[in-house]
Write a protein that binds this ligand. Structure first.
Ligand code: BGC
Ligand code: NOJ
Length: 816
């Protein structure tokens, strides 16, 4: 099997050894306000806070050849006229020793051509709104070399959607200014914008260009710019058309000599009433940004920015480090899975190789679940995220499906009325309080729908979230589904017959009774979480009421959702069962099996075991568990988008990675240790590295979907990076298989390990203390904790009680 790279576990990097990966394998730069996507050939784009509204550089999704837009670097050898891109794209010339190292928040791409070695480090310094490219060029020849180095970017006219649609306007508005060798992109600054972009270079320039067609030449692409071919810039100034920034540096390198050149691509902002200098002029005031540019053009600053970044990530990852018998577990848990969770925190589902940045903002359901995977690393920011999400909640307890990061206001742009949405907030807040013990968040005043004056304590928002479900029950006492539940494509009220119509926004057909078993299970899970929060909050009556509602819901599931060998999925608009042996397609669905068993349904009457056995038998494949079986072979008007996908893809029977860890967790609750681990490993990206040719996506992050058994491309992944699978897989492996689980009263240590293991060790920082955990087990058996000691003293059960901050706690457990 062909591999395209390898993990460097020590350096916490994935090292790609050839540029022509099956798909662009990307990384993210930035962790606060400025972000970039960068592929293994330096493709991608960057933006400030909002991938749609503040896009700095242009990127053409679905371009051919793929991923040709991004961070353009060219070298030209004066002696021969040969030119190439040291990151391979866009020129795609012959390279020796190509290497891309994707690290935590930085990427390094190096290569060698005709004796010239290049290595470029790309990063966004903490606290800054810019990306740095530091290029080292070394002459490995035994003669001197005269080279031209070009760095170039193509500016986006800010709103990435407008940028790709409104050409009648766009082609006339482009503006730039070049001051002291820095290119400023100032389109629309003259009118209502108070921000600009800049592209700067540390070296004296031999020339520059800002008009794209002057740089490229007529009818040429980025792979063969005329300026690069000729080695001569035009010093062009863009007026309309397509503004770019292109710097030209001449390098004279003696044998063995290395030069470092720094490029900066950044975002600047001025107060709306102080945009120009001198006052009264139309000249962009760059006095504020100049010192920032000067600072980061110095190579020492780049080094220290990298050092700070490394420290930052080490601090985040230090919260949990494990050492287990499986390298796939270790590297995903210690590095890549939490790293991916931070990407989902930062970007929700907005910007990746598959999400264009113009579609979705911060999803209510998505971010609430993502929080489960990042809350332990950035509790303060998780708190802020919870409050932002809750502030978009509606007075009914319902939720907007998303908000735009720039405005933080909820909107209906991508649909509304998904009846699972509000309940996720309860699970998020519960996870936050378990992690931090910060009960005060429950008293935090939060508005509804961002309306000033409507503030109510967060606790009240959670009660309303639960009420929202109870106010919408169907004929079986199960929750009405609304537009859809977790499965966006199960649209039981849409009845869409219009080609191309969005299932997410089409008006629902009124008068139906469609109910969701998924929401029922989710409610049972959330009600118990809310009850525990009520107890903590001193509201015993609320806790009792939540538990009573939970019991009623579980009764409804038992009475109306058990199909004989698994839980049904739903009842449709007219009350027919969905996900039943009675159906000819879509008989068994994964989601209700996972969520109901996680909620504790069926553990006392054998139905949990039955359901999970059915999952393994009917949904299991070598590439993970498919979402349903058999997939829908034709369009079902009454089911919606799910049946619009060809069989085996996406929700229609793909391996939808998000749902697999639910089954992993469920299996641990019934002691199916080996099966749980097998389900976990099948979609673990590192464990699939040897299948890279089939899998095709990055082997260091989860993809939303792997084509299911009904698809001709079974095993092929799509939609990597921004997916709820990141958070849920991290929860499944760390909290349920390794069993290190924050609870309100302490740290639960309750592993459920595969028989082949002989234990593991872990260090977990939790509420200010450090827990050093060792679990002993004989290989060949499975079992649960039989003995647990804390600092040498035996404790009853599996809960390690809370200790004062700063303490170092030694925990030893024996599984038998
Ligand atoms: C996809 C879903 C997604 C939804 C969001 C659908 O086309 O299949 O996975 O949740 O769009 O808008
Ligand atoms: C992706 C969406 O982002 C998520 O919200 C949804 O739950 C899944 N697709 C399943 O449809």
């Amino acid at each position: 099997m062909t591999r395209f790279g390898r993990f460097d576990d020590e350096a916490r990097e994935y090292v790609i050894s050839r540029p022509d990966t099956p798909l662009p394998w990307i990384n993210y730069l930035g962790s606060e306000e400025f972000f970039g996507i960068i592929s293994n050939t330096a493709g991608g784009y960057c933006f400030y806070r909002d991938a749609r509204l503040r896009r700095l550089t242009r990127y053409r999704y679905d371009n051919v050849p793929t991923d040709t837009g991004g961070r353009f670097l060219y070298l030209r050898d004066a002696a021969t006229g040969l030119f190439w891109s040291p990151s391979w794209q866009p020129v795609r010339g012959e390279l020796e020793d190509y290497r891309c190292r994707h690290g935590l928040g930085y990427t390094v791409i190096g290569s060698r051509t005709v004796g010239i070695e290049t290595e470029t480090l790309y990063l966004v310094p903490l606290g800054e709104a810019m990306e740095i490219w530091r290029t080292r060029v070394c002459n490995r020849r035994d003669t001197s070399a005269t080279l031209s180095l070009f760095g170039a970017v193509e500016f986006c006219l800010w709103d990435a959607w407008e940028d790709q649609t409104n050409y009648q306007r766009n082609l006339s508005i482009g503006e730039v200014a070049v001051v002291d060798g820095v290119v400023y992109h100032t389109t629309e600054y003259r009118e209502r914008r108070n921000h600009f972009a800049y592209f700067a270079c540390s070296e004296e320039l031999a020339g520059f260009d800002t008009q794209r067609e002057r740089f490229l030449g007529p009818y040429r692409g980025w792979d063969r710019p005329l300026v690069v071919e000729n080695g001569r810039s035009n010093d062009s100034i863009a007026h309309g058309w397509a503004p770019i920034g292109a710097h030209h540096v001449e390098l004279e390198l003696a044998p063995g000599e290395t030069r470092e050149v720094v490029f900066l691509l950044g975002y600047g902002e001025n107060p709306p009433d102080a945009k120009f200098h001198p006052p009264g002029s139309e000249t962009t005031d760059i006095r504020g940004i100049r010192p920032v540019i000067e600072r980061y053009l110095r190579v020492e600053e780049v080094e220290s920015a990298l050092a700070r970044l490394r420290e930052h990530w080490a601090g985040l990852l230090d919260v949990l480090q494990v050492s287990t018998p499986s390298e796939h577990v270790d590297r995903m848990v210690n590095v890549w899975n939490p790293y991916q969770c931070m990407a989902t925190f930062n970007l929700s589902r907005s910007a990746s190789s598959f999400d264009t940045g113009i579609g979705r903002g911060i999803g209510f359901r998505d971010s609430s679940q993502d929080l489960l995977g990042f809350v332990h690393m950035v509790p303060g920011r998780a708190r802020e995220r919870i409050l932002d999400l809750a502030a978009t909640q509606l007075p009914t307890g319902g939720a907007y499906h998303q908000y735009q990061p720039l405005t933080k206001r909820g909107n209906d742009a991508i649909g509304s009325g998904f009846n699972d949405d509000p309940l996720w907030l309860i699970l998020a807040v519960a996870a936050y309080v378990r992690e931090t013990g910060d009960r005060a968040i429950l008293d935090e005043p939060v508005p509804y729908d961002n309306a000033p004056g409507s503030e109510a304590p967060l606790y009240e928002h959670l009660r309303r979230a639960m009420r929202y479900t109870l106010d919408r029950l169907g004929p079986h006492g199960l929750p009405l589904i609304g537009r859809a539940d977790w499965n966006d494509c199960l649209n039981l009220n849409a009845f869409s017959e219009e080609p191309g119509e969005s299932f997410q926004t089409v008006p629902n057909r009124e008068g139906g009774v469609a109910e969701s078993v998924f929401i029922a299970g989710q409610f049972a899970l959330a009600a118990e979480e809310l009850a525990q929060l009520s107890d903590l909050h001193g509201q015993a009556d609320d806790a009792a009421a939540a538990r009573a509602e939970r019991a009623r819901m579980i009764e409804a599931v038992r009475a109306h959702a058990w199909d004989g060998a698994w839980f049904r999925r739903a009842y449709d608009h007219v009350g027919e069962a969905v996900g039943s042996a009675e159906n000819d397609e879509g008989q068994i669905w994964i989601e209700p099996q996972g969520i109901c068993v996680m909620a504790g349904i069926g553990s006392d009457d054998g139905t949990a075991e039955r359901a999970l056995d059915s999952v393994a038998a009917r949904l299991g494949t070598p590439h993970g568990l498919v979402l349903l079986d058999p997939p829908f072979s034709r369009y079902h008007l009454e089911l919606g988008e799910i049946s619009s996908y060809p069989p085996g893809y996406k929700e229609n029977g793909g391996v939808f990675s998000h749902t697999n860890p639910w089954i992993v967790i469920a299996d641990t609750t019934i002691d199916e240790a080996d099966r749980a681990f097998q389900h976990y490993l099948r979609i673990n990206p590192s464990a699939r590295e040897d299948l890279s040719e089939i899998h095709r996506c990055e082997p260091y992050v989860y993809a939303q979907m792997i084509a299911g058994k009904a698809a001709p491309t079974h095993g092929e992944a799509k939609n990597s990076w921004l997916t709820g699978s990141a958070a849920w897989n991290l929860v499944a492996i760390t909290q349920w298989i390794l069993g290190i689980r924050p609870e309100h009263a302490g740290l639960r240590i309750d592993p459920c390990l595969p028989s082949a293991w002989d234990g593991f060790t872990a260090v977990r920082r939790y509420r200010g203390a450090t827990y050093r955990i060792t679990i002993h087990k004989q290989s060949g058996v499975t079992g649960r904790i039989r003995a647990l000691s804390v600092d040498g003293r035996e404790v009853e059960g599996t809960l390690v009680p809370l200790v004062p901050e700063g303490r170092d706690v030694t925990v030893e457990g024996t599984v038998a």
